[in-house]
Design a protein around this ligand. Structure first.
Ligand SMILES: Cc1cc2nc3c(=O)[nH]c(=O)nc-3n(C[C@H](O)[C@H](O)[C@H](O)COP(=O)(O)O)c2cc1C
Length: 194
């Protein structure tokens, strides 16, 4: 189900406010995933796109989060914009973006990050940093003079929210909270107690 124009506009307004307030990483969101059996984990990822389908981030599908999303395709994410006193929280379902979208984004990354995506077995134990650097050197040799293709285990995911909450800091902790909830194909907006 798609995000409403109102929600996208509200998000963009908050995002812009964060940016002009000097937030150092305004695209950073803390993403929580679960194995579906009670283990919940979280980490920061960067928002790379937003449209009516949802919030897009890129990662390694073999990582902890990738494995959890495969087992339980649901997630929550929180943007904290401290400089502007705002927060946005999302809860919803997660799916992979198309191969075309993943290829297109991978092609915009700098070469070092493209090689890094092949070199890093994200979330697996690593015996030493030297091992990783060695892998990078080997890959640089392998792809010398050639384009680096997108690894099959590296792609984008879109978090399609069912709830979106906008939080604004106010005096005496009497903060404003507005919760949008997907309901029968439409979005309901409610004010919540702080
Ligand atoms: C500011 C910041 C941005 C990050 N952005 C990403 C990202 O976009 N994608 C990603 O896979 N990891 C990103 N990371 C690293 C993750 O937080 C995490 O360490 C990694 O994805 C492995 O997570 P997992 O083992 O829980 O799957 C970022 C970390 C920080 C601190």
């Amino acid at each position: 189900m798609s995000l409403s124009q109102e929600i996208i506009e509200q998000f963009n307004k908050f995002f812009k406010k964060a940016r002009v307030s000097g937030e150092p990483e305004p695209t950073a969101m803390v993403l929580a995933t679960s194995d579906g059996e009670g283990l919940v984990t979280s980490r920061t990822v960067l928002l790379k796109a937003l449209d009516e389908n949802g919030f897009v981030f890129f990662t390694n599908t073999h990582s902890m989060k990738g494995q959890q999303i495969a087992a339980c395709p649901r997630a929550a994410a929180t943007f904290l914009w401290k400089a502007s006193g705002c927060q946005v929280q999302l809860v919803g379902s997660v799916s992979k973006v198309s191969d075309e979208e993943a290829d297109a984004y991978f092609a915009t990354r700098d070469r070092g990050s493209q090689i890094g995506a092949w070199a890093s077995r994200q979330s697996e134990p690593l015996d030493s940093r030297e091992t990783l650097i060695q892998r990078v050197r080997e890959l640089e040799r392998e792809y010398e003079g050639a384009e680096v293709p997108r690894p099959p285990h590296w792609t984008g995911y879109v978090l399609s929210p069912e709830t979106v909450e906008f939080w604004t800091q106010r005096e005496f902790r009497l903060h404003d909270r507005f919760l949008y909830t997907l309901d029968n194909g439409g979005w309901i907006k409610q004010r919540l107690n702080p």
